[in-house]
Design a protein around this ligand. Structure first.
Ligand code: NAP
Length: 293
């Protein structure tokens, strides 16, 4: 028997206790050894109803973590990355672990490639309910030294790709009157960052896109939100994380005094894709150890 209590699903056995009936006195001694019912009362369960998600940049880092956490919740995940090897390895690992995944190599900087991929996916899958626009690159440099190519590559990979994927995949979501779109932006798009004019502009553009589409799709119960990571340990930040001087300088600006993990971002992204997040749209959530506040 299960009962819902304060938003948590609490398994009940025999002489049942719920999370709501636990003592509220914070100085009361904790049960010892820890009562499994105590722990179960605080475990959140996300609902996905066997949805299908497309995650871009799922070959490594944050996108891989998002694909994995969605798959663990029973979501069928279409893993997109630039190289077939990286999304192939992630999809194969999910499948080997008992999940459902498909790998697809698509250069998201190429609008025609996205159109061809979306066309064949919409024939293959009855619905793609969830879109996570996560693929991204950096080409850092101060403005006076930034080439047109570095500007254009970053804008097309990080921002224009979101326009293309969303335009193609959101229409069936609006028809079905259910959908979740999560855009992985950056604290650089929220605060700006010297040396990242291209990247900050692209990420700030994603925030504007998120808020506008949240308004356009709201009548159809399709939510659109953005997650803004700070410094997360991935291939993208390797050169800073592995450099003690650069790390120390960065961590001065991070109140929690550590780099984030991909799972820190993935858990929030998964929540925003779930049934439970249906009343949240047009928001930007920072996962940055407190950098931007
Ligand atoms: P990452 O480890 O470098 O992985 C990037 C992923 O994006 C890879 O799977 C890569 O594909 C894919 N990708 C790049 N260009 C692509 C293209 N043209 N077409 C298709 N796929 C492409 O990056 P990450 O750190 O996980 O970052 C993920 C997202 O979070 C990015 O949007 C990034 O801007 C954002 N973010 C990251 C941080 C951070 O601290 N790491 C902070 C703020 C925001 P391949 O595997 O095939 O190369």
């Amino acid at each position: 028997m299960r009962t819902a209590s304060l938003g948590f699903t609490t398994p009940m056995r025999g002489n049942s206790r719920t999370a709501a009936s636990l003592p509220l006195d914070r100085n009361a001694p904790l049960p010892s050894p820890v009562d499994p019912l105590f722990l179960a009362g605080f475990r959140t369960m996300l609902t996905f109803n066997h949805r299908t998600a497309l995650v871009t940049g799922a070959g490594r880092g944050i996108g891989k973590a998002i694909a994995e956490v969605l798959a663990r919740h029973g979501v069928t995940v279409i893993c997109v990355s630039k190289s077939a090897d990286s999304c192939g390895a992630v999809a194969a690992a999910i499948t080997a672990a008992g999940g459902r995944a498909k790998a697809l190599a698509v250069d998201v900087a190429d609008g025609a490639a996205i159109a061809a991929a979306a066309d064949s996916l919409l024939k293959e899958f009855p619905a793609i309910d969830i879109l996570v626009n996560n693929a991204g690159i950096t080409r850092d440099g101060l403005l006076f030294r930034m080439s047109d190519a570095d500007w254009n590559d970053v804008i097309s990979t990080n921002l224009t790709s979101c326009f293309h994927w969303t335009k193609l995949l959101a229409r069936p979501m609006t028809r079905a009157r259910w959908g979740r779109i999560v855009n992985i932006t950056s604290v650089s798009g929220v605060m700006g960052n010297a040396g990242q004019a291209n990247y900050s502009a692209a990420k700030a553009g994603m925030i504007g896109l998120t808020k506008t589409l949240a308004r356009e799709f709201s009548a159809r119960s399709v939510t659109v939100n953005a997650v803004a990571p700070g410094f997360i340990k991935t291939d993208m930040t390797n050169e800073f994380v592995n450099n003690p001087e650069a790390s120390a300088r960065i961590l001065e600006a991070v109140p929690l005094k550590r780099f984030g993990e991909s799972a820190d971002v993935a858990n929030l992204a998964a929540y925003l894709c779930s049934e439970e997040a249906g009343y949240i749209t047009g928001q930007v959530f920072n996962v940055d150890g407190g950098m931007a506040m």
